[in-house]
Design a protein. Structure first.
Length: 387
């Protein structure tokens, strides 16, 4: 991967000269300009050792409705693109994709364009835990690119950092024949309006997945490193977006939740320290499974409700062909606390929520269905959804 970072660093230095090489627009020398720099980071992946993608270019346009061949596109080309392991981009690690000059103003649309798998050359692939490298089908990404609607402003004579957050866990879908496809979940955040949340978990909880959520929706995720540290970045400042709930999950442990954590621009909010880390209690686990009909591009989430608020604990994509899904969840009471500015944050059990989950299926059409399950007494099967 060192060669990949070296290549991308070169791209960041040279791509300022590659303005609109493949697009329909460019910068007008009579118009004040700023500079857009694009980087990539990743949320954690579920059940994979590696998730590789190869980025060839980033496209931006001032219109949210601009089509592939419409005017106004400016391209950032990545010189000699190489396969990047998304799972190495956690805890605030960024891969620079390049930069270019843009006319000052507001932009609405970003597109991420990936290379194409050709023959035995796998530009995009995954390695499942305990398995071998498998191709990752990305048909639309190799043509027009993945569309991301995220308004951002480029000021004259100013550098704007835009971070693309590629959620590998929610983006990979398995087919009935065992092959894999990419259903991209990518967000974009300008660092000028963002900050971070950081902390530590206890040694027994190293490898836990940590999410920043709002209203039961995951905004950003990461995995703790081997010291137990986690960094959730970038997160849009609370004055714009509101505070965040931090959810910590690990197999064999109960869930930890810290509510109402603020984010201040260019600042890191400490949630815990290495001397007083967040410690989770042991928990048994049971599973919930079923099918979603029709199966195409359906996602399933497990939500837990505490004091009228919901928190996403786990999610998966239903099999593209069979519609089958399965989630394994803790049965012990979640531990919850509220951030007040002083550390450590006290977490106490919420016994009424033990083993209680709302299972939500989200269809590609945008329709949603849900079902309530109690896993305290055992696993639940045939929790099915039909749209």
């Amino acid at each position: 991967m060192k060669n990949a970072w070296k290549t991308l660093a070169c791209a960041a230095l040279t791509s300022a000269w590659l303005v609109a090489c493949g697009g329909g627009g460019g910068s007008d020398t009579s118009t004040p300009t700023g500079t857009l720099k694009v980087s990539m980071t990743d949320a954690p992946a579920c059940g994979y050792n590696n998730v590789y993608v190869t980025v060839t270019k980033i496209r931006v346009n001032a219109s949210a409705n601009a089509g592939d061949n419409d005017a106004g596109w400016v391209d950032i080309n990545v010189a000699n693109p190489q396969k990047l392991d998304l799972l190495s981009l956690s805890n605030g690690v960024l891969a620079d994709l390049g930069q270019t000059a843009l006319p000052a103003g507001q932009y609405q649309q970003v597109r991420l364009v990936l290379a194409q798998n050709t023959g035995n050359t796998l530009s995009n692939s995954i390695i499942p835990t305990g398995g071998s490298e498998q191709p990752l089908d990305t048909p639309s990404a190799t043509q027009s690119g993945y569309k991301i609607i995220r308004p951002f402003t480029v000021q004259a004579n100013t550098l704007v950092d835009l971070v693309l957050d590629f959620n590998a866990c929610k983006s990979i879908v398995q087919r009935g024949n065992g092959s894999y496809a990419l259903k991209p979940v990518v967000s974009a955040t300008p660092t000028v309006v963002s900050g971070a949340i950081a902390g530590y978990v206890a040694p027994n909880d190293v490898g836990a997945t940590v999410y920043a959520e709002q209203n039961g929706q995951i905004v950003k995720g990461t995995v703790t490193d081997n010291t137990g540290q986690f960094v959730l970045s970038p997160l849009v400042q609370s004055s714009t977006q509101g505070n965040y709930d931090v959810v910590i999950v690990k197999s064999g442990e109960t869930t930890g939740i810290v509510r109402s954590v603020p984010v201040v621009v260019n600042t890191t909010t400490a949630l815990s320290t290495s001397q007083t880390p967040i410690a989770l209690a042991a928990s048994a686990s049971n599973s919930v499974s079923g099918t979603v009909t029709p199966s195409a591009a359906a996602a399933v989430r497990a939500l837990q409700s505490i004091d009228s608020a919901s928190y996403e604990i786990a999610s998966t994509n239903a099999n593209l062909d069979t519609g089958n899904y399965s989630l394994t969840l803790p049965t012990a009471a979640p531990m919850i606390g509220t951030y007040s500015g002083s550390l450590p944050v006290a977490l106490t059990a919420a016994p009424a929520a033990a083993g209680q989950y709302g299972i939500e299926a989200d269809a590609a059409s945008g329709a949603t269905q849900s079902s309530t399950v109690n896993l305290s007494a055992g696993s639940q099967s045939n929790v099915n959804f039909s749209f």
